[in-house]
Design a protein around this ligand. Structure first.
Ligand code: COA
Length: 181
């Protein structure tokens, strides 16, 4: 089991159990197409406020097409991880508590990243751990910078970004994050 400070290279492992700062344990692993139903359930359980912060619009339910795109990744251009309950029954769909991803843009040296942590799993280090994992994975594939736009009132993401040394600048109605990896 790992604490936040010791992440192995994720490309060498399929999944890792991690200990959060409140002693709960989750498994972090790459997303799979079979996570479609679990990802739908994850987003459906988020508060409207969280969905707005994650997708920048007041949505209730994610369209099937978007869920499909979010679960069908590509090791070069679109990398995504999920955190699931470690005691999930293998016969049942996974119970996800966080998702994080980056998507490479036309400029291969940078990628856009986004993440969401379930409302009752906040402030125990999951967002930090997933962002560090994305940064590590991005660096391995030649990406130098993870970028993202966040809403101006997104204090939590601003705090997380600052704690990791990201640069924040004012964008068009949003704040632009840039994290050197
Ligand atoms: C932003 C988000 C991912 C943070 O996830 P998290 O797992 O709670 O973050 P962590 O526990 O790793 O927190 C790391 C640091 O970020 C800062 N932070 C996190 N939440 C904060 C909050 N609500 N207010 C102020 N700072 C906050 C703190 O510095 C924190 O360190 P600390 O707990 O030791 O003080 C989570 O709040 C979330 O899912 N928000 C909704 C979706 C979203 O905004 N996504 C980003 C845009 S795509």
């Amino acid at each position: 089991m790992l604490s936040n400070s010791a992440l192995p290279a994720i490309e060498r492992i399929q999944a890792m159990r991690v200990l959060l700062s409140d002693a709960r344990i989750v498994t972090i692993r790459p997303i799979r197409p079979s996570d479609f139903a679990a990802l739908r359930a994850f987003f459906a359980a988020l508060s409207r406020a969280t969905l707005r912060l994650r997708f920048h619009s007041p949505i209730n339910e994610l369209p099937e097409r978007l869920l499909h795109d979010l679960t069908t990744v590509n090791p070069h251009a679109h990398v995504a991880f999920v955190a699931e309950l470690s005691d999930s029954d293998v016969e049942q769909p996974a119970k996800l508590v966080a998702e994080a991803r980056f998507i490479r843009g036309a400029d291969a040296k940078s990628a856009e990243f986004a993440l969401a942590v379930a409302d009752s799993w906040r402030r125990v280090g999951l967002g930090t751990m997933l962002t560090k994992l994305l940064a590590q994975r991005a660096r391995l594939s030649g990406v130098r910078r993870l970028c993202g736009d966040i809403l101006e009132d997104n204090k939590a993401m601003r705090g997380l970004a600052r704690s990791l040394g990201a640069r924040l600048s004012r964008g068009m109605g949003c704040v632009r994050l840039s994290l050197e990896v």
